[in-house]
Design a protein around this ligand. Structure first.
Ligand code: HEC
Ligand code: CU
Length: 349
Protein backbone atom coordinates (compact mmCIF):
# COMPACT_ATOMS: atom_id res chain seq x y z
CA UNK A 1 0.00 0.00 0.00
CA UNK A 2 1.77 3.15 -1.05
CA UNK A 3 0.11 6.49 -1.29
CA UNK A 4 0.23 9.82 0.49
CA UNK A 5 -2.24 8.50 3.04
CA UNK A 6 -0.37 5.39 4.08
CA UNK A 7 3.00 5.28 5.70
CA UNK A 8 5.55 3.21 3.78
CA UNK A 9 5.82 -0.35 5.01
CA UNK A 10 9.54 -0.99 5.07
CA UNK A 11 10.04 -4.19 7.03
CA UNK A 12 8.71 -7.73 6.91
CA UNK A 13 6.87 -7.08 10.15
CA UNK A 14 5.24 -3.97 8.67
CA UNK A 15 3.65 -6.06 5.94
CA UNK A 16 2.02 -8.50 8.32
CA UNK A 17 0.95 -5.75 10.74
CA UNK A 18 -0.69 -3.82 7.91
CA UNK A 19 -2.51 -6.90 6.68
CA UNK A 20 -4.08 -7.38 10.11
CA UNK A 21 -4.93 -3.71 10.31
CA UNK A 22 -6.64 -3.54 6.93
CA UNK A 23 -8.59 -6.74 7.49
CA UNK A 24 -9.82 -5.39 10.84
CA UNK A 25 -10.83 -2.10 9.22
CA UNK A 26 -12.63 -3.92 6.40
CA UNK A 27 -14.40 -6.22 8.86
CA UNK A 28 -15.44 -3.31 11.06
CA UNK A 29 -16.61 -1.43 7.95
CA UNK A 30 -18.77 -4.36 6.85
CA UNK A 31 -20.34 -4.64 10.28
CA UNK A 32 -21.05 -0.90 10.40
CA UNK A 33 -22.68 -1.08 6.95
CA UNK A 34 -24.74 -4.10 7.95
CA UNK A 35 -25.95 -2.61 11.24
CA UNK A 36 -26.68 0.78 9.68
CA UNK A 37 -28.63 -0.91 6.90
CA UNK A 38 -30.69 -2.92 9.39
CA UNK A 39 -31.36 0.16 11.54
CA UNK A 40 -32.53 2.09 8.46
CA UNK A 41 -34.67 -0.72 7.09
CA UNK A 42 -36.32 -1.39 10.44
CA UNK A 43 -36.85 2.31 11.12
CA UNK A 44 -38.77 2.60 7.87
CA UNK A 45 -40.54 -0.73 8.04
CA UNK A 46 -41.72 -0.38 11.64
CA UNK A 47 -42.34 3.35 11.64
CA UNK A 48 -45.44 4.49 13.53
CA UNK A 49 -48.60 3.63 11.65
CA UNK A 50 -47.06 1.13 9.22
CA UNK A 51 -48.84 -2.14 8.68
CA UNK A 52 -45.85 -4.41 9.19
CA UNK A 53 -46.45 -7.50 11.29
CA UNK A 54 -45.32 -7.01 14.86
CA UNK A 55 -46.09 -10.41 16.34
CA UNK A 56 -43.64 -12.97 17.71
CA UNK A 57 -40.96 -14.35 15.41
CA UNK A 58 -41.17 -17.97 14.30
CA UNK A 59 -39.26 -20.29 16.72
CA UNK A 60 -36.77 -21.33 14.09
CA UNK A 61 -35.57 -17.78 13.58
CA UNK A 62 -35.17 -16.89 17.21
CA UNK A 63 -33.25 -20.08 18.06
CA UNK A 64 -31.19 -21.04 15.00
CA UNK A 65 -30.33 -17.47 14.12
CA UNK A 66 -29.28 -16.72 17.65
CA UNK A 67 -27.04 -19.77 17.77
CA UNK A 68 -25.74 -19.03 14.29
CA UNK A 69 -24.51 -15.55 14.82
CA UNK A 70 -23.17 -16.23 18.27
CA UNK A 71 -21.07 -19.06 16.86
CA UNK A 72 -20.00 -16.99 13.85
CA UNK A 73 -18.80 -14.02 15.89
CA UNK A 74 -17.06 -16.34 18.32
CA UNK A 75 -15.27 -18.00 15.43
CA UNK A 76 -14.26 -14.66 13.89
CA UNK A 77 -13.05 -13.46 17.25
CA UNK A 78 -10.96 -16.57 17.87
CA UNK A 79 -9.53 -16.38 14.37
CA UNK A 80 -8.49 -12.73 14.80
CA UNK A 81 -6.99 -13.52 18.18
CA UNK A 82 -4.99 -16.43 16.78
CA UNK A 83 -3.87 -14.45 13.73
CA UNK A 84 -2.74 -11.30 15.53
CA UNK A 85 -1.33 -13.26 18.48
CA UNK A 86 0.77 -15.61 16.38
CA UNK A 87 2.07 -12.72 14.26
CA UNK A 88 3.13 -10.84 17.37
CA UNK A 89 4.69 -13.88 19.00
CA UNK A 90 6.70 -14.88 15.97
CA UNK A 91 7.97 -11.31 15.89
CA UNK A 92 9.57 -11.85 19.29
CA UNK A 93 12.11 -14.46 18.25
CA UNK A 94 14.94 -13.18 16.06
CA UNK A 95 16.48 -15.58 13.55
CA UNK A 96 19.84 -16.95 14.68
CA UNK A 97 21.60 -15.33 11.77
CA UNK A 98 20.49 -11.81 12.77
CA UNK A 99 23.15 -9.10 12.92
CA UNK A 100 23.48 -7.92 16.47
CA UNK A 101 23.55 -4.20 17.16
CA UNK A 102 23.51 -2.33 20.41
CA UNK A 103 21.42 0.67 21.36
CA UNK A 104 21.92 2.81 24.43
CA UNK A 105 19.29 5.47 24.99
CA UNK A 106 19.89 8.52 27.13
CA UNK A 107 18.31 11.91 27.60
CA UNK A 108 18.08 12.81 24.72
CA UNK A 109 19.80 10.77 22.12
CA UNK A 110 20.22 7.30 20.70
CA UNK A 111 23.71 5.84 20.78
CA UNK A 112 24.07 2.86 18.52
CA UNK A 113 26.92 0.47 17.99
CA UNK A 114 27.63 -2.17 15.39
CA UNK A 115 29.10 -5.51 16.33
CA UNK A 116 32.50 -4.45 15.02
CA UNK A 117 32.47 -1.46 17.36
CA UNK A 118 31.54 1.29 14.89
CA UNK A 119 29.43 3.84 16.74
CA UNK A 120 26.75 6.23 15.62
CA UNK A 121 24.59 8.85 17.27
CA UNK A 122 20.94 9.21 16.35
CA UNK A 123 21.53 7.07 13.30
CA UNK A 124 21.67 3.42 12.52
CA UNK A 125 22.84 2.08 9.19
CA UNK A 126 21.54 -1.37 8.33
CA UNK A 127 21.70 -3.64 5.28
CA UNK A 128 18.50 -4.43 3.42
CA UNK A 129 16.84 -7.86 3.62
CA UNK A 130 18.97 -8.84 6.58
CA UNK A 131 17.53 -9.55 10.01
CA UNK A 132 18.92 -7.11 12.56
CA UNK A 133 18.67 -7.82 16.25
CA UNK A 134 18.84 -4.90 18.65
CA UNK A 135 20.00 -5.26 22.23
CA UNK A 136 18.94 -2.13 24.00
CA UNK A 137 19.31 -0.47 27.35
CA UNK A 138 18.93 3.00 28.81
CA UNK A 139 21.39 5.08 30.78
CA UNK A 140 18.76 7.07 32.65
CA UNK A 141 14.98 6.91 32.28
CA UNK A 142 12.57 4.78 30.26
CA UNK A 143 12.65 5.48 26.53
CA UNK A 144 10.95 3.67 23.71
CA UNK A 145 12.51 2.77 20.38
CA UNK A 146 9.96 3.45 17.67
CA UNK A 147 10.32 3.10 13.88
CA UNK A 148 6.87 3.73 12.39
CA UNK A 149 7.81 2.56 8.90
CA UNK A 150 8.88 -0.79 10.38
CA UNK A 151 5.80 -0.92 12.67
CA UNK A 152 8.26 -1.54 15.46
CA UNK A 153 8.18 -0.22 19.00
CA UNK A 154 9.99 -1.50 22.06
CA UNK A 155 10.59 0.07 25.46
CA UNK A 156 14.18 0.72 26.46
CA UNK A 157 14.67 0.43 30.21
CA UNK A 158 17.44 1.46 32.58
CA UNK A 159 19.15 -1.45 34.30
CA UNK A 160 17.81 -4.03 31.91
CA UNK A 161 18.25 -5.29 28.38
CA UNK A 162 15.35 -5.41 25.99
CA UNK A 163 15.62 -6.96 22.58
CA UNK A 164 13.81 -6.54 19.35
CA UNK A 165 14.53 -7.28 15.71
CA UNK A 166 13.48 -6.39 12.20
CA UNK A 167 14.24 -7.16 8.57
CA UNK A 168 14.21 -4.00 6.44
CA UNK A 169 12.71 -4.45 2.99
CA UNK A 170 13.06 -0.96 1.49
CA UNK A 171 16.08 1.23 0.82
CA UNK A 172 16.04 4.73 2.23
CA UNK A 173 16.01 6.68 5.48
CA UNK A 174 13.25 6.17 8.02
CA UNK A 175 12.30 8.09 11.14
CA UNK A 176 13.29 6.86 14.55
CA UNK A 177 11.32 8.32 17.44
CA UNK A 178 11.36 8.03 21.19
CA UNK A 179 7.83 6.97 22.06
CA UNK A 180 7.99 7.31 25.83
CA UNK A 181 7.91 10.76 27.39
CA UNK A 182 11.38 11.08 28.85
CA UNK A 183 11.84 14.71 29.85
CA UNK A 184 12.18 18.22 28.44
CA UNK A 185 13.66 17.37 25.06
CA UNK A 186 11.76 14.15 24.53
CA UNK A 187 10.32 15.48 21.29
CA UNK A 188 13.82 16.13 19.98
CA UNK A 189 14.98 12.60 20.61
CA UNK A 190 14.87 11.82 16.91
CA UNK A 191 16.97 9.67 14.70
CA UNK A 192 17.22 7.96 11.35
CA UNK A 193 17.45 4.38 10.25
CA UNK A 194 19.33 4.23 6.98
CA UNK A 195 18.68 1.10 4.97
CA UNK A 196 21.44 0.40 2.42
CA UNK A 197 22.18 -2.35 -0.06
CA UNK A 198 24.33 -5.07 1.42
CA UNK A 199 27.43 -4.05 -0.50
CA UNK A 200 26.95 -0.37 0.40
CA UNK A 201 26.59 -1.35 4.02
CA UNK A 202 29.76 -3.42 4.02
CA UNK A 203 31.63 -0.55 2.41
CA UNK A 204 30.12 1.97 4.79
CA UNK A 205 31.03 -0.13 7.80
CA UNK A 206 34.60 -0.55 6.64
CA UNK A 207 34.93 3.20 6.16
CA UNK A 208 33.86 4.05 9.70
CA UNK A 209 36.48 5.70 11.89
CA UNK A 210 38.41 3.06 13.72
CA UNK A 211 35.72 1.88 16.08
CA UNK A 212 37.09 0.10 19.08
CA UNK A 213 36.10 -3.43 18.57
CA UNK A 214 33.54 -3.87 21.33
CA UNK A 215 35.06 -7.10 22.55
CA UNK A 216 38.55 -5.63 22.37
CA UNK A 217 37.62 -2.65 24.52
CA UNK A 218 36.00 -5.17 26.86
CA UNK A 219 39.31 -7.00 27.06
CA UNK A 220 41.04 -3.76 28.02
CA UNK A 221 38.39 -3.05 30.66
CA UNK A 222 38.76 -6.56 32.00
CA UNK A 223 42.24 -5.56 33.06
CA UNK A 224 41.56 -1.88 33.87
CA UNK A 225 38.54 -2.56 36.09
CA UNK A 226 40.41 -5.24 38.01
CA UNK A 227 38.45 -8.27 36.85
CA UNK A 228 41.68 -9.87 35.66
CA UNK A 229 43.05 -9.88 39.22
CA UNK A 230 40.58 -12.64 40.05
CA UNK A 231 39.37 -14.04 36.73
CA UNK A 232 42.48 -14.14 34.56
CA UNK A 233 43.73 -17.69 33.92
CA UNK A 234 46.95 -16.75 35.71
CA UNK A 235 45.21 -15.37 38.81
CA UNK A 236 45.75 -17.15 42.11
CA UNK A 237 42.34 -16.11 43.45
CA UNK A 238 39.77 -18.90 43.31
CA UNK A 239 37.34 -17.43 40.76
CA UNK A 240 35.67 -18.85 37.65
CA UNK A 241 37.49 -18.62 34.31
CA UNK A 242 35.51 -17.25 31.41
CA UNK A 243 36.72 -19.26 28.43
CA UNK A 244 33.74 -21.03 26.97
CA UNK A 245 31.19 -20.08 29.64
CA UNK A 246 28.98 -18.00 27.37
CA UNK A 247 25.89 -19.91 26.30
CA UNK A 248 26.59 -22.78 28.71
CA UNK A 249 24.73 -23.52 31.89
CA UNK A 250 26.13 -22.35 35.20
CA UNK A 251 25.58 -24.33 38.37
CA UNK A 252 24.66 -21.96 41.19
CA UNK A 253 25.29 -22.47 44.88
CA UNK A 254 21.53 -22.25 45.44
CA UNK A 255 21.17 -25.48 43.45
CA UNK A 256 19.63 -23.75 40.45
CA UNK A 257 21.10 -23.88 36.97
CA UNK A 258 21.03 -20.93 34.64
CA UNK A 259 22.19 -20.12 31.13
CA UNK A 260 25.12 -17.69 30.94
CA UNK A 261 23.72 -14.95 28.70
CA UNK A 262 23.88 -11.15 28.56
CA UNK A 263 21.42 -10.70 31.41
CA UNK A 264 23.20 -13.22 33.65
CA UNK A 265 26.60 -11.61 33.08
CA UNK A 266 25.15 -8.20 33.72
CA UNK A 267 23.70 -9.40 37.04
CA UNK A 268 26.96 -11.12 37.95
CA UNK A 269 28.80 -7.82 37.51
CA UNK A 270 26.30 -5.47 39.11
CA UNK A 271 24.75 -7.75 41.75
CA UNK A 272 27.30 -10.51 42.37
CA UNK A 273 25.54 -11.61 45.54
CA UNK A 274 22.41 -12.59 43.69
CA UNK A 275 23.65 -15.70 41.96
CA UNK A 276 26.73 -17.27 43.46
CA UNK A 277 28.44 -19.86 41.30
CA UNK A 278 28.67 -23.23 43.05
CA UNK A 279 32.08 -23.94 44.48
CA UNK A 280 33.19 -20.32 44.92
CA UNK A 281 33.19 -17.86 47.79
CA UNK A 282 31.02 -14.74 47.39
CA UNK A 283 34.04 -12.44 47.32
CA UNK A 284 33.31 -10.58 44.12
CA UNK A 285 32.61 -6.88 44.76
CA UNK A 286 29.66 -5.21 43.03
CA UNK A 287 30.53 -2.90 40.16
CA UNK A 288 27.18 -1.08 40.25
CA UNK A 289 27.84 2.65 39.95
CA UNK A 290 31.44 2.00 38.87
CA UNK A 291 30.89 0.56 35.40
CA UNK A 292 28.53 2.17 32.90
CA UNK A 293 26.07 0.28 30.73
CA UNK A 294 28.48 0.63 27.83
CA UNK A 295 31.24 -0.91 29.98
CA UNK A 296 29.02 -3.83 30.90
CA UNK A 297 28.15 -4.38 27.24
CA UNK A 298 31.84 -4.33 26.33
CA UNK A 299 32.73 -6.81 29.07
CA UNK A 300 29.85 -9.05 28.02
CA UNK A 301 31.04 -8.92 24.45
CA UNK A 302 34.54 -9.84 25.60
CA UNK A 303 33.30 -12.80 27.61
CA UNK A 304 31.24 -13.92 24.64
CA UNK A 305 34.22 -13.67 22.34
CA UNK A 306 36.04 -16.08 24.62
CA UNK A 307 33.14 -18.46 24.25
CA UNK A 308 33.55 -18.30 20.50
CA UNK A 309 36.93 -19.95 20.82
CA UNK A 310 39.10 -16.87 20.32
CA UNK A 311 41.58 -16.37 23.12
CA UNK A 312 42.47 -12.76 23.71
CA UNK A 313 42.41 -10.41 20.78
CA UNK A 314 45.88 -9.50 19.80
CA UNK A 315 45.10 -8.70 16.17
CA UNK A 316 46.27 -5.42 14.73
CA UNK A 317 44.26 -2.45 15.88
CA UNK A 318 42.31 -0.47 13.32
CA UNK A 319 39.28 -0.91 11.21
CA UNK A 320 38.60 -4.56 10.82
CA UNK A 321 38.37 -5.75 7.28
CA UNK A 322 34.72 -6.68 7.04
CA UNK A 323 34.91 -7.03 3.31
CA UNK A 324 36.80 -10.26 3.41
CA UNK A 325 35.35 -11.36 6.75
CA UNK A 326 38.71 -12.15 8.35
CA UNK A 327 38.42 -15.23 10.53
CA UNK A 328 40.53 -13.95 13.44
CA UNK A 329 37.77 -11.63 14.49
CA UNK A 330 35.20 -13.88 16.01
CA UNK A 331 32.59 -11.15 15.99
CA UNK A 332 33.23 -9.97 12.46
CA UNK A 333 29.93 -9.59 10.75
CA UNK A 334 29.00 -8.96 7.24
CA UNK A 335 25.43 -9.22 6.09
CA UNK A 336 24.17 -12.75 6.18
CA UNK A 337 26.94 -14.02 8.44
CA UNK A 338 25.99 -16.35 11.20
CA UNK A 339 27.13 -14.94 14.51
CA UNK A 340 29.45 -17.34 16.28
CA UNK A 341 27.39 -18.12 19.26
CA UNK A 342 25.35 -21.01 20.28
CA UNK A 343 22.47 -19.72 22.16
CA UNK A 344 19.15 -21.31 22.79
CA UNK A 345 16.32 -19.16 21.44
CA UNK A 346 15.05 -17.04 24.23
CA UNK A 347 12.20 -14.63 24.27
CA UNK A 348 13.39 -11.16 25.26
CA UNK A 349 12.61 -10.17 28.81
C1 HEC B 1 37.80 -10.14 44.18
C2 HEC B 1 37.80 -11.04 43.07
C3 HEC B 1 36.87 -10.71 41.89
C4 HEC B 1 36.86 -9.58 41.11
C5 HEC B 1 37.71 -8.33 41.25
C6 HEC B 1 35.87 -9.81 40.08
N1 HEC B 1 35.29 -11.02 40.28
FE1 HEC B 1 33.84 -11.85 39.11
N2 HEC B 1 33.69 -13.42 40.40
C7 HEC B 1 34.52 -13.67 41.48
C8 HEC B 1 34.12 -14.92 42.12
C9 HEC B 1 34.79 -15.55 43.34
C10 HEC B 1 33.01 -15.41 41.40
C11 HEC B 1 32.21 -16.69 41.68
C12 HEC B 1 31.24 -16.47 42.81
C13 HEC B 1 30.09 -15.58 42.41
O1 HEC B 1 29.31 -15.93 41.53
O2 HEC B 1 29.99 -14.47 42.97
C14 HEC B 1 32.77 -14.45 40.31
C15 HEC B 1 31.79 -14.59 39.34
C16 HEC B 1 31.70 -13.84 38.20
C17 HEC B 1 30.85 -14.14 37.08
C18 HEC B 1 29.94 -15.35 36.94
C19 HEC B 1 30.83 -16.42 36.32
C20 HEC B 1 30.22 -17.76 36.08
O3 HEC B 1 31.03 -18.71 35.84
O4 HEC B 1 29.00 -17.94 36.12
C21 HEC B 1 31.06 -13.16 36.15
C22 HEC B 1 30.40 -13.04 34.78
C23 HEC B 1 32.03 -12.25 36.70
N3 HEC B 1 32.41 -12.70 37.94
C24 HEC B 1 32.51 -11.12 36.04
C25 HEC B 1 33.40 -10.23 36.60
C26 HEC B 1 33.79 -9.01 35.95
C27 HEC B 1 33.36 -8.56 34.57
C28 HEC B 1 34.64 -8.37 36.81
C29 HEC B 1 35.32 -7.01 36.61
C30 HEC B 1 34.42 -5.89 36.35
C31 HEC B 1 34.78 -9.20 37.99
N4 HEC B 1 34.02 -10.33 37.80
C32 HEC B 1 35.59 -8.90 39.06
C33 HEC B 1 35.59 -12.88 41.89
C34 HEC B 1 35.88 -11.62 41.36
CU1 CU C 1 13.36 9.22 25.21
Amino acid sequence: MSSELFLAAASTQAGSTDRIFFVLVALAGLIILFVTALVTIFAIRFRRGSRAKRGELPRIISREFELGWTAATLFVFLFLFWWAGSTQLSALVPPKSALEMHVVAKQWMWKTQHANGAREINELHVPIDTPVRLVMTSQDVIHSFFIPAFRLKKDVLPGRYTETWFTPTKLGAFHLFCAEYCGTNHSRMLGRIVVMTQSDYTRWLAAQPEGDDLARSGAALFVAAGCAGCHAPSSRVHAPRFAGIYGREAQLASGKRTVVDDAYIRNSILQPRRDIVAGYEPIMPSFAGILSDGDVMALTSYIRSLAAGATGRKGAAGTPNVLSGTPERSLAVSPGDVLPRDRSERAPQ
